[in-house]
Design a protein around this ligand. Structure first.
Ligand code: 5AD
Length: 349
């Protein structure tokens, strides 16, 4: 049989192992019709496993303080102009209460690596939420911590953890982060989280400065090794007052392509339509879902703090990105034949 790019896409959809060359063709050389074929297959795969329900997670941004200095991130420590806030335990519990009343069954606590939100403090917050909401899923996204800390979070009742690997390529990692940070430590954290039994999420930005298609190939290989339950990807977007403020944003089309490839390679993975993509283009959420994404994470942070969690410029926190606008989200999903699924949405194999 003649070997076409359509065959390669079909083989990926069947779970065949693709060679490096085949992956590189998928990443670099599909024409518009082939991309559309890939996108449709990916959407079909998501629907086969999860139906047309899109899981929702209530996102609580718990601190805009961060000790790290990632070159891309607007809340990096050296950004003197970043507006800082940290939520107290009581404020976080208020967010959970609000999220519960809006129907959410997953709370995601995400923040910069804030030294004041110590391991003990995080574990205590999780324990309190767990006691108040025995059936909810609790997700943490609080950065690189020790194995002991992660174990304590698990013991306290956390179910899931998000920590993007950012890039598998060590040289590229060094182009994105100062010397104090290491891609090896980040991977180590991820394997620890998996070993401890967290539903673990990883991922990378698309189009970050210096990223090549080879890097994306290495990212896919790394994800195959890690076997995460969740994969978060979105376009790189420049943030003012960072070393990358003048860099161009990543491409929406490339992000959509990557979403489809990841859906086909990891058929049951939980794959969000990210805020970054929604920020880059007005129909980013719909495009992501129609390319295989099956999660959205509306913001339930206190409204007066939302603008301050500015990891990139113009970050959306209104409309379908806001937990207070669930009807708008439902309407937009209905318009493409989908609907909100309020269930916990655990990973299923
Ligand atoms: N553009 C896009 N994504 C970003 N992140 C951080 N800064 C940016 C940016 N400027 C992503 C990183 C991080 C996640 C929380 O947000 O991948 O892991």
């Amino acid at each position: 049989m003649e070997k076409t790019n359509y065959n390669t896409i079909d083989r990926l959809a069947h779970g065949d192992v693709l060679s490096r060359d085949e992956w590189m063709v998928l990443l670099t050389s599909l024409n518009a019709d082939e991309r559309e074929y890939l996108r449709a297959k990916a959407a079909e795969t998501a629907v086969a496993h999860y139906g047309k329900g899109v899981f929702v997670r209530a996102l609580i941004e718990i601190s805009s303080y961060c000790k790290n200095n990632c070159y891309y991130c607007g809340i990096r420590a050296s950004n003197r102009d970043a507006q800082r806030y940290r939520l107290s335990k009581e404020e976080i519990l208020e967010c959970c209460k609000e999220a519960d009343s809006l129907g959410f069954n997953t709370f995601v606590m995400q923040g910069g690596e804030d030294p004041k939100q110590t391991d003990e403090w995080v574990a205590d917050v999780v324990k309190t939420i767990r006691a108040a909401y025995p059936d909810k899923a609790i997700t943490l996204s609080v950065g690189e911590r020790s194995a002991e800390a992660y174990a304590a979070f698990k013991e306290a009742g956390a179910d899931r953890f998000l920590l993007r690997h950012e890039t598998r390529n060590d040289e590229h990692y060094m182009q994105l982060h100062p010397e104090m940070m290491s891609s090896e430590n980040r991977r180590e954290c991820l394997f620890t989280l998996k070993r401890l039994g967290f539903q673990t999420g990883s991922g990378m930005m698309i189009g970050s400065p210096g990223q090549t298609d080879e890097h994306l190939y290495e990212d896919i290989r790394f994800l195959e090794e890690l076997q995460p339950q969740m994969i978060g990807i979105g376009p790189f977007l420049p943030a003012t007052n960072t070393p990358f403020e003048k860099q161009s944003p990543g491409s929406a089309d490339k992000t959509i392509l990557m979403l489809s490839l990841l859906r086909l390679r990891f058929p049951t993975v939980l794959l969000p339509a990210t805020t970054a993509l929604a920020t880059l283009c007005p129909d980013g959420m719909e495009r992501a879902i129609l390319a295989g994404a099956n999660v959205v994470m509306p913001n339930v942070s206190p409204v007066e703090q939302r603008k301050k969690y500015s990891i990139y410029d113009n970050k959306k926190s209104t409309g379908a990105e806001s937990a207070q606008q669930m009807q708008q989200l439902e309407d937009r999903l209905n318009a493409i034949g989908y609907h909100i699924n309020y269930a916990r949405g655990d990973f299923k194999n």
